[in-house]
Design a protein around this ligand. Sequence first.
Ligand code: GDP
Length: 436
Amino acid sequence: MSGEKSFDVLNKIFKPKKYEEIQNIKGYTIKYGFIVDNNEIIDEVLVSYFKAPKSYTTENMCEINTHGGNIIVRKILELCLKNGANLAEPGEFTKRAFLNGRIDLLQAESVIDIINSKSEKEVKTGIKQLEGNLSNKIKEIKQEILDVMVNVDVSIDYPEYDVEEVTNKQILDMLNNVQKKLENLEKSFDNGKLIKEGIKTAIIGKPNAGKSSLLNAILKEDRAIVTEYEGTTRDTIEEFVNIEGIPLKLIDTAGIREAKDEVEKIGISKSKEIAQNSDLLIAIFDSSKQLSEEDYEILDIIKDKKSIILLNKCDLNSILNENDEIFKKITKNIIKISALNGQGLEELYSTIEKMFNLNEINLDNDIIITNIRHKNLISNAIENVKKSKKTIEDNMPIDVVAIFIKDILEDLGNITGEVVTENIIKEIFSKFCLGK
Ligand code: GDP
């Protein structure tokens, strides 16, 4: 429970073994006792006390640790409600921490990212954001924009001083600097998106090339953490596989599986559609057989995309091999594998890692944007920087420059939540689960 009256509610339902007046109980204390309903003992519990402002929400808070199990937890929750507490909305604890100024919006959003993380890399970027690395960067940029603003204001307020030439040059330099920093952040989203959403990967190949065998081999890897969830289109399943830090989002895995039972397998047109939607195409060929018409069509689909060619069934006599011109002219990533015995899987993973430079990212030092909301606001800010520069270069009145510069400040303020609207706050926190 959090809020001014949380201890009042607690006092009505908690009988500590050793009673103490609430004002004598220090924050960060745990007390042992019983939850009671009209003298009837409901459970033996531990209660932690947090006193304002030193708590998650900065309000008075207490946490009741009960024995597990739905019935007791429910009963105690009902008791709290009956005695004056309100049920928290999704994300309400974190929202209060934000509204009370303990954390900014970026940090609040990182809490949900950490909770929903599917890989260690994602957790790490979330933790860094919670620590405030992105907030500090945004603050730094904001300060620079404020400095620009000061220069602009001087020109507006004292036009009689003929300092315009110098000032304009200075302002342009400062804006260029800001632009570079914003662009670096914007660029980090390429990696951030991969970290958060996984590398959208499709396995394509003609029937019997070994798609489902490969899928199974990947999913069965000891080191793979697999999360299955519904795909964006109805009836598709997407699987998030995280193998030693390589986050792969395997798309249309249901298609690959279902194809087993159906007469009609995934056709070329469907493969084309999937190819449109992926970051990486893994094209698989049966290396024990000559290339067929369908194989050529698949090569055609992958030729302009980021792709890996797998020559499968290398445990059999190979007819196709990695030096074949037909493959080499499409990609240098050609790997012999056997989906059956797992040969070549390691090379597949290290190739993916190299292609996406995932190990080049230094999660300790690099600031990485993983959230599309932040990315869009940063892109807006960059546009406004460009507009400001243009107005200066076009010798527009300095008041006009000031307008765009204010817009940059607003974009940045929206990221950290200083000027954010009620609706956006609502939307952000609605993504939380209850009681977080
Ligand atoms: P899909 O239609 O592309 O999903 O192909 P499957 O994964 O169902 O494989 C078709 C057939 O090839 C099955 O009988 C597999 O057991 C076999 N197969 C798949 N990969 C290999 C491999 O690496 N070596 C051998 N010898 N057989 C394989």
